[in-house]
Design a protein around this ligand. Structure first.
Ligand SMILES: O=C[C@H](O)[C@H](O)[C@H](O)COP(=O)(O)O
Length: 230
C-alpha cells in the first residue's frame, strides 16, 4: 500500500524541480522510485533536500542528487509520509523523530504531498502518540508544560514519555540534537488549539501536528492509490 502511494507521487515530480525529501519508510520508497526514474532518463535535473540523515543516506543509495538545506533558496514540492491524517488534512508526524526538519522543509515548499497507506486515515487525530521535539535542557520542566498544554486543550489524557533509543535507557536524540516526548493523548478535540499551546512553550522546538501544510494526500490501497485534494 505504501509503495502504491509513493509511486503515484512520482507523477507530480517534474524535471528541474527542487524536491523536499521526507523521512520514513513511505518517503524512502518514493526516493527509491525517484532514483530509478532519474536513471531511466524519465526525469532530469532534480535536486533533493533531505529532511533527515536517514533520508540523506537513502537518497545517496538511490542516486538522487542532493543539495544541503541551507543552500536551497526555494523548494518546489515536498513528498513526505505521516503517522495520522484526518479529513481536513491535519497530520501527526514524527514517529521516526524527524519532525522539526520535516516541518521546516514542508513549510518552505510550494506544495506538500503526503503519502500514506490507508490505515493512517483517521476521523480524529490522537490515537497515535503525538511526538514533541524538545531541547534537552531542563526537559523535565518542558515535559510538565507539555502535559499542562495538552490537558488545557482538552486532550482526554496526557501521558508524556521520553523516547528512548531502542530498548536501552539512553534517550533518543534527533538529528538536531533534541529529545522527543511521545504524548499519549487520546482523541484531540481541537488540534489547532493544541498546536498553539505547544508552540508557546520555550523548550519545545517543534511539535508533530502539521496543520495547513498538505494540500494533496495520496492514499495507498491494496490495488492502487487514491489521490485526495483539498
Ligand atoms: O519522523 C518521521 C516521519 O514523520 C514519518 O514521515 C512518519 O513517521 C511516517 O513514517 P512511515 O512512512 O514509515 O510510516
Amino acid at each position: 500500500m505504501k509503495a502504491h502511494a509513493a509511486e503515484a507521487a512520482l507523477d507530480y515530480a517534474e524535471s528541474g524541480m527542487i524536491l523536499g525529501l521526507g523521512s520514513g519508510s513511505t518517503a524512502e520508497i518514493f526516493i527509491d522510485r525517484l532514483g530509478k526514474a532519474l536513471k531511466a532518463g524519465l526525469l532530469s535535473d532534480i535536486r533533493g533536500v533531505p529532511t533527515s540523515s536517514m533520508t540523506e543516506r537513502a537518497a545517496q543509495a538511490a542516486g538522487v542528487p542532493l543539495i544541503p538545506a541551507d543552500q536551497a533558496s526555494r523548494i518546489d514540492l515536498t513528498v513526505d509520509g505521516a503517522d495520522e491524517v484526518d479529513g481536513r488534512f491535519r497530520l501527526i508526524k514524527g514517529g521516526g523523530g524527524c519532525l522539526l526538519r520535516e516541518k521546516i522543509i514542508a513549510h518552505a515548499s510550494d506544495r506538500m504531498i503526503v503519502v500514506i497507506d490507508e490505515t493512517k486515515l483517521v476521523e480524529t487525530l490522537g490515537a497515535f502518540p503525538l511526538p514533541v521535539e524538545v531541547d534537552p535542557f531542563a526537559f523535565t520542566i518542558t515535559a510538565k508544560k507539555v502535559f499542562d498544554a495538552l490537558r488545557a486543550s482538552g486532550a482526554p489524557r496526557a501521558d508524556v514519555a521520553l523516547r528512548r533509543r531502542g530498548d536501552g535507557p539512553a534517550p533518543f536524540v534527533t538529528d538536531g540534537g533534541h529529545f522527543i516526548l511521545d504524548c499519549e493523548c487520546g482523541e484531540l478535540p481541537n488540534p489547532e488549539d493544541t498546536a498553539r499551546r505547544l508552540a508557546a512553550i520555550p523548550g519545545v522546538m517543534e511539535h508533530g501536528l502539521f496543520i495547513g501544510l498538505a494540500r494533496t494526500v495520496i492514499v495507498g490501497e491494496e490495488d492502487g492509490a487514491e489521490v485526495l485534494e483539498i
